[in-house]
Ligand binder design. Structure first.
Ligand code: DC
Length: 213
């Protein structure tokens, strides 16, 4: 089965999707990490057009609770967490031709297999036939607080006001792009995680999964 978990930065989607994939023993595809990998390579290689990235794409491995990305034989998964890489990812993500290519890339990576896939448009565009679609939300302030914690845990210095501003700005860009705007699928179940723990969210989703298998 394919499970789609979408939501904005800081909604808890990565934590929840990873735990869910572990509980179900399914591979975990973090599409945001793959966008970030493309953005990182785009910056490193100084390419003129991000479409050129598909000529020599990174190698993506999906495992339970883990997505790893390799480029030129090197594991780059740990190099992708910065706000700069996130900003470039959001910029290249606003190009419709890039989104079409990367969505194909995701579909051929998973094929007919099972997956817990998280991102922004998994339920709307990548796997629109997924039988379970979840959309996580949380207040911008709570999302900024979580993001700061996450950055500091990775040893990246974080300023709450700056992170909040970056989150609001990125949300606006992702929501307002003319093609592929970021929004829940019509058949997605929306869960507000502001006052829920990741475990509580995982339990809610597991009961939905049980209803649908
Ligand atoms: O989830 P994240 O913050 O790591 O994602 C980085 C950027 O990539 C985000 O600003 C938007 C883009 N993205 C996207 O447009 N669609 C996805 N499925 C995943 C990420």
């Amino acid at each position: 089965m394919k499970i789609a978990i979408d939501g904005p930065a800081g909604s808890g989607k990565s934590t929840v999707a990873r735990k869910l994939s572990q509980r179900l023993g399914l591979p975990y595809l973090n599409t945001g990490l793959v966008y970030r990998a493309f953005a990182y390579i785009y910056r490193e290689e100084g390419l003129e057009n991000p479409i050129l990235l598909f000529e020599n794409p990174p190698l993506v491995k999906i495992l339970p609770a883990e997505t790893r990305v390799f480029y030129k034989g090197k594991d780059i998964s740990q190099l992708l967490g910065s706000e700069d890489v996130g900003k470039t990812a959001s910029e290249i993500a606003s190009l419709p031709a890039f989104r079409e290519r990367i969505n194909e890339f995701f579909r051929s990576l998973v094929g007919e297999g099972q997956v817990v896939a998280e991102g922004r448009d998994v339920g709307t565009h990548i796997f629109p036939d997924a039988p379970v679609k979840i959309f996580l939300t949380a207040s911008a302030e709570e999302r900024a607080r979580r993001r700061c914690e996450q950055l500091m845990a990775q040893g990246i210095p974080a300023n709450y006001q700056e992170v909040l501003r970056a989150i609001v700005e990125r949300d606006e860009r992702d929501k307002n792009r003319p093609l592929y705007p970021f929004r829940p699928a019509e058949d997605a179940i929306v869960i507000d995680t502001t006052s829920l723990s990741p475990e509580e969210v995982v339990e809610k989703i597991l009961s939905l999964v049980k209803e649908r298998v």
